[in-house]
Write a protein that binds this ligand. Structure first.
Ligand code: G6P
Length: 473
């Protein structure tokens, strides 16, 4: 146990630390912000409280003592190369990820992966238990760590424990495939509050608990009998959002606005720029989006002189087979469409398999006349909210898949079923042709929603729910 003074009253536990350890061009080790929406959402929360963050530094076999970065106390968890393969790439990203995203890709079930998942979850729980003060609060995040709440409660019954699930929770008919379905539910029920993105996710979870376990379920409360004492777990939706401030600030900066104009110029000044921004992941519907755009060009409904699609696909989980295959498929179709339609001055699809700093992303959002979010399934989709946050000019169109958590809130977007390519094509045409007055009416309503419900409101609501449980004990 560290000295008492080193104990934190608030601890976040997430698979990744907010920074990743990476090798610089000269082989030197440096840190950069880690990928994905989770870190972007939690960073402002952490800056607001004096807490510690337990997580993996993003590389195998890195053994590091706790350190402070950007004012945050970080506690690294070491994963061996085989644990990265079996726990992270295997169970988290080739079993749970595809299963929970409605089996868009087939989940792989391997007992050794499960064993590694249990072992690594225990390690995270131990690190958190060592870091947190008596009676403190631990907030566990996401599908990589579903067993941590119960493991932590077993070691430290004095704690208040929250868990937030950033991805969808599937219907029982799919969830029931999981060979370890009961253990995972029991793991999550170690928390006092289990938070989900959408009401439907919470409903699916509660239905699974009702079907598979013997606890009483009433409304959003699960009542657990622990050696004669009753404990209540609350499971409900807390839709996550973004920190809107850096987006509105960057969008107002003259240099960022100038960069947006430069981007348009660099693309040959097309009348309309369409934008897609995703991790390169099969849940994001990138192939469907590209197919729809390609067909519109083939049919002459759009031309490359008038419209360019910019697709940012940031590299992700590059050693998992499904991701390797997806990259090949996307790059083949981009090359075909560009080969058929490009001219010397205009390109159909400007494809960027890279990540970009936030400033450059905001410049792209400002340059984009329409943002295409066509995920087949997505817990929330924060890119949709980022786009809206930057558009203080009330221009631009958000085309948004019905299968994202964001669609529950952002009703004034042009909502689409990305499986229906004709619907997707019509939505793209609507976005390209939408009159300024309609853009403005929709964007105003979207902005109100996003600016009023930012990530601070999200964490405040979640932590208030945790407080309520603590006070009722
Ligand atoms: C999603 C998940 C996060 C994850 C992120 C990036 O947003 O909800 O938990 O960190 O993707 O994925 P990666 O596998 O690179 O951490």
């Amino acid at each position: 146990m560290p000295a008492a003074s080193a104990l934190a009253s608030f601890v976040i536990v997430a698979n990744r630390l907010p920074v990743d350890r990476v090798q610089g061009p000269d082989g030197e080790e440096t840190w950069r912000p880690s990928p994905g929406g989770l870190v972007a959402a939690l960073e402002p929360v952490m800056h607001a409280v004096d807490g510690a963050w337990v997580g993996w530094p993003g590389q195998p076999d890195v053994e590091l003592a706790p350190f402070t970065e950007d004012g945050m106390r970080l506690i690294p968890v070491t994963l061996s190369e085989s644990e990265v393969q079996e726990y992270y790439e295997g169970f988290a990203n080739d079993t749970i990820w595809p299963l929970y995203h409605d089996v868009i890709a087939p989940p792989q079930y391997h007992r050794e992966w499960w064993d590694a998942y249990v072992r690594v979850n225990r390690r995270f729980a131990e690190r958190a238990a060592e870091a947190v003060a008596e009676g403190g609060t631990v907030w566990v995040h996401d599908y990589q760590l579903q067993l941590v709440p119960a493991m932590l409660r077993e070691q430290r019954p004095d704690l208040t424990i929250g868990y937030f699930h950033h991805i969808p929770f599937p219907a029982h008919g799919l969830y029931a495939q999981l060979p370890w379905r009961n253990q995972v539910l029991e793991g999550l029920l170690g928390a006092d509050v289990v938070g989900f993105q959408r009401a439907q996710d919470a409903t699916n979870f509660l239905a699974a608990v009702r079907r598979r376990l013997t606890h009483d379920v009433k409304g959003s409360a699960v009542s657990i009998d622990e050696d004669g004492a009753r404990r209540t777990v609350v499971a409900r939706a807390f839709p996550i959002s973004i920190d809107t401030v850096p987006y509105t600030e960057l969008a107002a900066r003259p240099d960022v606005r100038a960069r947006a104009a430069e981007i348009r110029e660099g693309l040959g000044n097309p009348k309309k720029i369409l934008l897609g921004v995703d991790r390169l992941d099969y849940t994001k519907g990138i192939r469907h989006r590209i197919k729809a755009f390609g067909e519109l060009l083939d049919q002459g409904r759009l031309s490359v002189e008038d419209v360019t699609l910019v697709q940012v696909a940031s590299p992700s989980r590059e050693r998992v087979d499904a991701y390797v295959q997806l990259r090949d498929e996307i790059e083949l179709s981009v090359a075909r469409i560009n080969g058929d339609h490009d001219t010397m001055d205009h390109t159909a699809i400007r494809y960027l398999h890279q990540g970009f700093p936030r400033e450059e992303m905001v410049a792209m959002y400002l340059a984009a006349d329409a943002m295409l979010v066509t995920a087949l399934r997505d817990g929330m989709n924060l890119v949709a909210k980022e786009y809206v946050a930057t558009r203080a000019d009330n221009r631009g169109v958000l085309v948004l898949s019905e299968f994202t958590g964001a669609a529950d809130e952002l009703r004034q977007a042009v909502l689409v079923n990305p499986h229906d390519i004709e619907d997707l094509k019509d939505a793209i045409m609507r976005a390209v042709e939408m009159p300024a007055a309609e853009q403005s009416r929709r964007m105003r309503a979207l902005r109100r929603r996003v600016l009023e419900n930012d990530v601070r409101a999200w964490s405040r609501d979640f932590l208030a729910a945790l407080d309520e449980v603590r006070n009722s004990r």
